[in-house]
Write a protein that binds this ligand. Sequence first.
Ligand code: LRH
Length: 482
Amino acid sequence: MPDYLAVDLGAESGRVLRGALRDDLLTVTEVHRFVNRPVALPEGLHWDALALFADLSDGIAAAVAGGSEPVAGVGIDAWGNDFGLLDRAGHLIGNPWHYRDRRTTRSTAVVAARVGAQALYRTTGTPPLPINTASQLVAMEGSPQLDVAERLAMLPDLFGYWLTGDLATEQTIASTSQLLDVTSRTWATGVIDRLGIPRRLFAGGVVPAGTKVGPLLAHPSVPLWTVAGHDTAAAVAAVPATGDGFGYISSGTWSLVGLEIDAPVLTDEARLAGFSNEAGVDGTIRFLRNGTGLWLLQRCRAAWGDPPYADLVDEAAAAPGFRSLVDPDDPAFVAPRDMPARLAAACRASGQPTPQGRGAVVRCVLDSLACKHRWTLERAEALAGRRVDTVHVVGGGAANPLLCQLTADLTGRPVLAGPVEATAVGNLLVQARADGRLGTLRDLRAVVARSLPPRRFEPAGGARHDDAYARFLALLDAGETI
Ligand code: LRH
């Protein structure tokens, strides 16, 4: 039985993982891990696409050479929104921008003004966010790079193009652009025209997850498959749910909280609450909200000299709960530096005690994330008209027992935590299925539940959590930062 390789690119690190599917059990081993170091140039913040490509290529070469079984496929997933532009010779023009670069602060208003906020949402299902590809392209207006650009490649597709020489644009990653029609899953040419973005950039069309792209140039016996190129879509595909009544939190740098539904919710309420209808595998819709997640903890940890996460979580568990709360989506927390000081300033500004010491700061972050998880889950349920009985937490946050317990306590639903490697697992299983080895999405999830059984956290309930949540709601009302 052959193995598959997942290239999984995250904002902090990238990995190449090997997946072996034997008797409907998946085992995943990490082959290669590398740092992802954004580069700040005078003009702004970029990804180092060449370093990422060199690292992922090294990982693939090591995996193909090692291992007892042949490799039957490679798939690439990455964060959403970002892209490279190719010239008419197919060469990359400039360095891909980082979605955190500040050049897009005014773009969302421009995008909405040109298309109309309602019409834009009804067509694309995406609310205005500065990180959207649409916002980024509008911010590039007048750039000579756009004059010579012939094609746009979302980042996982760009790396796939470099691996094979063939550019395939995959649906789930394209749906993070705010330029894909949510209903037809083809490029929204009307929106593209109104935004003044050259239509030729989108000439190639869009293919679903599980499409064979072509053989790798460096390893001709190994094909590249499109997987769910958007990491969140790959993670949602790997939620080990056994029924339909579940909500999910893909918990990493971001907290993506939402539901899987069959048809998009395109109401004004959903738009104003900031919900996206992103494409999932098999025509599903990921109705979710992009919220700030463990980014707050990652940046605190960096400010403290990178102590182990486990130490920080232990210290937070020992600190008193719900003393001070912040809205994780407060724009004050977007920039990476001085996070503990920014959190303290937000607590002071809202008349709460400033957290003293690492444990108290981390506790403030985790309590606040759990409150925002509840807020988002309840909004998703109300907007989609559906109540969930279980919340699956997948991704890095599933390894944080305090965050999982607090999320169970606040939402009042059992939390099923794991797999931590959900993005890679989704990536691998989409390939195995495209290769004819699995059936429906439900079958795929059953493999995950059997191979990597989730850990269960029961909600504790109690007035303490409701009081804390009432204070959190008051904070949101005062800040209006949703
Ligand atoms: C999570 C994620 C998220 C957003 C953001 C930029 O890693 O993909 O869904 O698109 O990164």
